[in-house]
Write a protein that binds this ligand. Structure first.
Ligand code: G3P
Ligand code: MG
Length: 245
């Protein structure tokens, strides 16, 4: 059922909490800790360009302010996206999705692209992210996994780039999970690992779907999730979970 390129341990938002989230330096940190799988969030700028950022607003992780979807590239791409984490990361920028793809490919990293639409931009973000991913990974035999909490964004991604593998994101897995995956042609799902039980995990696996969880920073609980059959565990601490790779 489609291809799942993610390794067992995947760094959250590029480098987890070892680096500023959703930055190119985060990719280097993941690799420096031997982690060759990353998750990151893709949203559209005010210019309609796919960029890496988690929040709909700029305040928490950048030197800017206001909504990402109101901010044109000439402003957005100049902001400092590193100092909030530590002065040593000052000058780190919000990456273009296209640049993150190039860096992942150069470093040999498998990517989980979380499509993170700002409110009201579900279709546009799903379509733009999927088209950019298809172009960026063209000719690569290891394709990224596209995921989203937004069924609308994932449906738009499926329409724009049907060959890219998809997964639906949940907090707790809902009772109708299977129908929701089928309608999107998804090969798996990603859920909150703290809300996952062995029985539900087993039902997903028995149905032939792939399963990933977020955001696990505890080694013992990560081991438990692996014993449930979880394929990939997204973590802020790829260093701590290194023994489970
Ligand atoms: O993709 C898994 C995880 O990143 C979902 O939550 O809020 O960290 O994007 P969030
Ligand atoms: Mg995410």
């Amino acid at each position: 059922m489609g291809q799942w390129s993610l390794p067992r341990i995947v760094a959250h938002r590029c480098g987890g909490t070892l680096a500023p989230e959703n930055t190119l330096i985060g990719l280097e940190f993941a690799v420096a800790h031997g982690c060759y799988g990353v998750e990151f969030d893709v949203m559209l700028s005010g210019s309609g360009t796919p960029v890496l950022i988690h929040d709909e607003t700029l305040e928490r992780t950048t030197s800017g302010f206001g909504a990402v979807s109101d901010t044109p590239d000439e402003t957005l791409l100049r902001l400092d996206a590193g100092s909030w984490r530590s002065e040593r990361f000052a000058g780190e920028r919000i990456p273009l999705f296209a640049d993150a793809i190039r860096r992942c490919r150069a470093l040999g990293i498998a990517a989980n692209v979380e499509i993170k639409p700002a409110s009201g931009f579900d279709h546009a973000t799903g379509r733009a992210a999927a088209l950019a991913a298809a172009l960026g990974w063209a000719g690569d035999d290891r394709l990224p996994l596209l995921s989203s909490f937004s069924g609308e964004a994932l449906a738009a991604a499926a329409e724009a780039a049907p060959d890219l593998p998809r997964a639906l994101l949940f907090e707790a897995i809902p009772p109708d999970w299977r129908a929701r995956l089928e309608v999107l042609g998804a090969i798996g799902l990603v859920c909150d690992g703290r809300l996952l039980d062995a029985q539900t995990a087993s039902a997903v696996k028995r149905a032939g779907y792939r399963l990933a969880t977020y955001t696990e920073n505890d080694l013992a609980h990560a081991q438990l999730l692996q014993s449930y059959g979880v394929d990939s565990i997204i973590t802020d601490r790829p260093d701590l979970l290194a023994p489970l790779r």
